[in-house]
Design a protein around this ligand. Structure first.
Ligand SMILES: Cc1cc2nc3c(=O)[nH]c(=O)nc-3n(C[C@H](O)[C@H](O)[C@H](O)COP(=O)(O)OP(=O)(O)OC[C@H]3O[C@@H](n4cnc5c(N)ncnc54)[C@H](O)[C@@H]3O)c2cc1C
Length: 375
């Protein structure tokens, strides 16, 4: 099945070594019920930085790391085999890399230096699957800047964010063409957050923008480019969500095999029962199919081709596949698979959400793929 070339293999081995040293002990602590915070993650992030795993979103033509898309996917897939994955730091949203001068110094540089975190706010209470149609948050021109009014929901990473990059419309009639992107500082008095606890121990936020004033420099992308830049961000993220799902499914598969070989029922190893064999074989085959698809898409991107269609396909199929593998693995573990001292239970919750964020399965199927195939 899909084999990494020598360079990618070496890179994946480095990520695995860092994972074993820094992340697996954190996984063990999380499984004992401890909360893992930013300070706990810092040694792994720093060790990754020392070996050049930093600012991975920066395009190569703007001085980004000499890594192919295949390399990047291999890093993600390997890292996500751990419940507390290694997450290299210093990466900004793609549209930020074209900022210059004072704007670059204010927004891009501190992110790349690893000094501040950020979040990205697109989804609104009226719907996230069709953001161009649903965005009602408005930005109005005022003296010296803009006033933003509206509400965003289910926004990840606000707890660690100093800046929120928010999509707002200047003219709703223009739909996507009227949407711009603004930067709002976390401590802006016009930004009111509310925690939304989600499945598992994940937390998102509702963000209310109430007469929220930002100055001229806070406009990151003007009307029309805001939405395009956001979709560019999400397209890249989708392939990554697929790579994560494959890494998680691979570890769940290995755990399922190990348990099937060890555990006995009715005087037989689970591994000797045909029903277990079916779960193991189906999982292995589906993981291989998805890996072939992921890395074929990544290789196509490395040859310079547009892979927007493949991004949607990989995201949709890999997250659905991962959910099936986790479900089978939990069944093979019995009650032990449902206990919170087992990574399977944590992934099961989180991966349920992965079929919704970065575009629900149906959006990829009907809005992206069906539209393209039947055009
Ligand atoms: C854990 C998590 C983290 C998130 N983090 C962020 C974040 O950081 N920033 C951000 O902006 N958003 C974030 N989101 C929101 C996410 O992007 C939205 O949930 C997603 O885009 C879907 O929007 P919605 O939930 O409003 O569903 P809706 O738009 O209300 O859609 C509901 C359902 O309708 C179905 N559907 C949609 N379109 C079609 C169609 N064409 N045909 C058939 N069925 C369809 C789908 O099953 C969909 O789930 C996050 C969500 C989760 C769960």
């Amino acid at each position: 099945m899909y084999e990494f070339n020598e360079q990618t293999r070496a890179l994946a081995d480095v990520v695995q070594r860092l994972t074993d040293e820094f992340q697996m002990p954190l996984e063990a602590r999380k499984l004992r019920g401890e909360t893992i915070g930013r300070a706990d993650l810092a040694p792994g992030v720093e060790a990754a930085r020392k070996v050049g795993l930093w600012d991975l979103n920066r395009p190569q033509e703007l001085g980004g790391p000499d890594l192919s898309v295949v390399d990047r996917m291999a890093i993600t897939e390997t890292a996500f085999r751990c419940l507390v994955p290694l997450r290299p730091g210093g990466s900004a949203l793609p549209p930020l890399y074209s900022l210059e001068g004072e704007q670059k110094a204010r927004y891009l540089d501190p992110i790349v230096a690893g000094e501040i975190g950020y979040c990205f706010a697109q989804t609104e209470p009226h719907g996230g699957a069709d953001p161009a149609g649903a965005i009602r948050t408005m930005a109005t021109k005022v003296d010296g800047g803009w006033k933003i009014n509206g509400t965003k929901v289910f926004i990840s990473s606000f707890d660690n964010a100093r800046i929120c990059f928010v999509l707002a419309s200047l003219d709703r009639e223009k739909k996507a063409g009227g949407i711009a992107m603004f930067a709002v500082e976390r401590d802006n008095p016009g930004l009111i957050p509310r925690r939304i606890p989600m499945l598992g121990d994940f937390v998102t936020h509702e963000l209310i923008f109430d007469e929220c004033f930002v100055d001229e420099l806070a406009m990151i992308s003007p009307a029309g480019k805001g939405f395009k830049g956001a979709q560019q961000t999400l397209s890249a993220a989708r392939l990554n969500v697929g790579a994560r799902a494959i890494g998680i499914a691979q570890r769940a598969y290995e755990m399922m095999v190990e348990n099937a070989q060890r555990r006995e029922v009715f005087g037989k190893r689970l591994a000797d029962l045909q029903e277990t064999q079916s779960k193991v074989v189906d999982s292995w085959v589906e993981i291989q199919q998805n890996r072939l698809m992921l890395y074929a898409a990544a290789e196509k991107a490395d040859r310079g081709h547009d892979i927007r269609i493949e991004c949607g396909m990989v995201k949709m199929l890999a997250t659905e596949m991962c959910a099936r593998v986790l479900d089978r693995a939990i069944q093979v573990f019995g009650a032990a698979g449902c206990a919170l001292d087992n990574p399977l239970a944590h992934w099961y919750d989180h991966q349920r959400m992965a079929r919704i964020y970065e575009g629900p399965t149906e959006v990829h199927k009907y809005r992206v793929l069906a539209r393209q195939l039947l055009a």
